[in-house]
Design a protein around this ligand. Structure first.
Ligand SMILES: Cc1cc2nc3c(=O)[nH]c(=O)nc-3n(C[C@H](O)[C@H](O)[C@H](O)COP(=O)(O)OP(=O)(O)OC[C@H]3O[C@@H](n4cnc5c(N)ncnc54)[C@H](O)[C@@H]3O)c2cc1C
Length: 431
């Protein structure tokens, strides 16, 4: 896979220049063939048979399901079940898919996209749906040592599986979903995992101590050593792969494989020469258009104006990226459709489930929350937490039974208000 860090070949070395036929309709270029970009391409074609659509990715594959990668890692899902689209599908849809091709620069005055091979490409409307690159582990001993993994792509997953088959001990590090998915995947593969978290509990931007402790208990029940207040300080390699890990407080753990979930850096560096506003992500209005006309952003990389909570934010969920793809296609084609949705993130959590709906941010001072743990229907514990902005329900987290999730999403979507403690209490009974 070619990454943006690698220099683009100079223009004179490029063997081909993609010239768009003069007699076709509107010209769309989409950077990133994840669920946001591919959905957008599909919707553009559905609504306009004459338009010209180019879909570009540095990865070697047509769209695959990132949400399925944890189950592929665990060995419960075959690789072909992870794939969503084939190259033939793109041919049938007359969507030109350029794989293993990096967009290196965009000129918004000339409306041209530069590629590291082939190109350049002109556009009438441009979508940036480039997601993020995983932040690497930068500690002594990491550089040049193999079997230290992020977990974002299908290729990452294949490498982790190969390493897991040859390993007895792993250390994972991180307090969010990716670290948890790595921990569970390696654990299911029979590798003993020590899971280091810097914070006092997992998912600390969303849960509270009770919810966090519940997740610890679930992981420990499955044989994982969960260690809080710790992070990897150094790796001691043996023969080019990890041998052991030394933590911030000087503890040592054996590890032939290391998995890290240290967050993402959103991919918009190639827009540096443009006037497109960028903060954490690419800033858009509620129509997913940037401050530069004709340029749109969608999915994980978009820092979009969310009318549900009257502010800009990013949202790293599959459903959000898919819904963005639909809305942005309508707007790139001349529509004026605001994005209005309640994003939800659902994931298995060892033998239970977690669902995060809407805006669920423990560290957001403008939100209030109530939470409770209750005995679950089938044994175990159900944990629920609800978030309010000025009495309006804006988010929720369920660990355990997902019953009532759809109703709660609807209550969030329709901006229901819960002013009194008794009204808020009633939410725990929603099933
Ligand atoms: C392991 C894992 C598990 C997950 N589990 C869940 C889950 O259970 N539930 C959930 O809701 N979400 C989950 N997510 C998050 C979800 O997958 C993402 O929110 C979603 O896939 C984002 O889609 P996207 O289209 O915005 O971007 P992406 O899928 O990230 O696609 C962007 C594409 O653009 C490419 N690209 C970037 N820069 C360039 C460039 N300059 N030139 C060319 N191509 C470029 C990237 O390589 C990538 O292929 C998970 C993610 C991972 C990694």
């Amino acid at each position: 896979m070619r990454t943006p860090g690698e220099p683009a070949r100079p223009l004179h070395q490029r063997e081909e220049v993609y010239e768009l036929a003069a007699d076709v309709g509107k010209k769309y270029v989409i950077i990133g063939n994840g669920i946001a970009g591919t959905t957008c391409a599909q919707m553009l074609r559905k609504n306009d048979l004459a338009c010209d659509i180019w879909l570009i990715t540095n990865e070697p594959y047509p769209l695959y399901n990132r949400v399925s990668l944890p189950r592929f890692l665990q060995g419960v899902l075959a690789e072909q079940k992870v794939m969503i689209r084939t190259r033939e599908w793109h041919d049938e849809q007359r969507i030109t898919l350029l794989t293993e091709t990096v967009v290196t620069r965009v000129d918004t005055d000339e409306r041209v996209v530069y590629l590291d091979r082939g190109g350049p490409l002109r556009y009438d409307a441009l979508l940036v749906a480039t997601g993020g690159w995983a932040n690497p582990l930068r500690v002594p001993g990491a550089e040049g040592t193999k079997r230290i993994y992020n977990f974002v792509t299908l290729d990452d997953t294949k490498e982790i599986i190969a390493a897991a088959l040859e390993s007895k001990h792993a250390v994972t590090s991180g307090g969010s979903f990716i670290a948890y998915e790595l921990t569970e995947g390696l654990n299911v593969r029979g590798v003993h995992v020590t899971w280091l978290m810097r914070g006092p509990y997992w998912l600390r931007t969303t849960l509270d101590e009770t919810g966090g402790r519940l997740v610890d208990e679930i992981a420990r029940r499955h044989g994982v050593d969960v260690v809080h207040g710790e992070e990897i300080q150094q790796i001691v390699p043996a023969n080019g792969v990890p041998g052991r890990v030394i933590t911030r407080t000087g503890k040592e753990y054996p590890a032939e494989v290391i998995g890290v979930g240290l967050g993402l850096t959103l991919n918009h560096g190639f827009l540096a020469d443009t006037a497109i506003e960028r903060k954490t992500g690419i800033v858009t209005d509620e129509y997913l258009e940037t401050n530069v006309r004709g340029v749109y952003a969608a999915g994980d990389v978009a820092e979009f104006y969310d009318t549900m909570v009257d502010r800009h934010h990013t949202m790293g969920t599959w459903d959000n990226a898919l819904a963005h793809g639909r809305v942005v296609a309508a707007n790139m084609a001349g529509g004026h459709e605001p994005y209005l949705d309640v994003p939800t993130y659902t994931s298995p959590l060892f033998d239970t489930n977690i669902a995060v709906m809407g805006i669920a941010e423990t560290n957001n001072p403008t939100l209030e929350s109530v939470s409770r743990s209750m005995p679950g229907d089938k044994g175990g514990t159900d944990y629920r937490k609800f978030f309010f902005k000025q009495d309006r329900l804006v988010g929720a987290v369920f660990i355990g039974s997902p019953k009532g999730r759809k109703k709660v999403v609807e209550l969030i979507r329709t901006a229901q208000r819960y002013a009194t403690p008794a009204e808020r209490d009633g939410l725990f009974a929603v099933r």
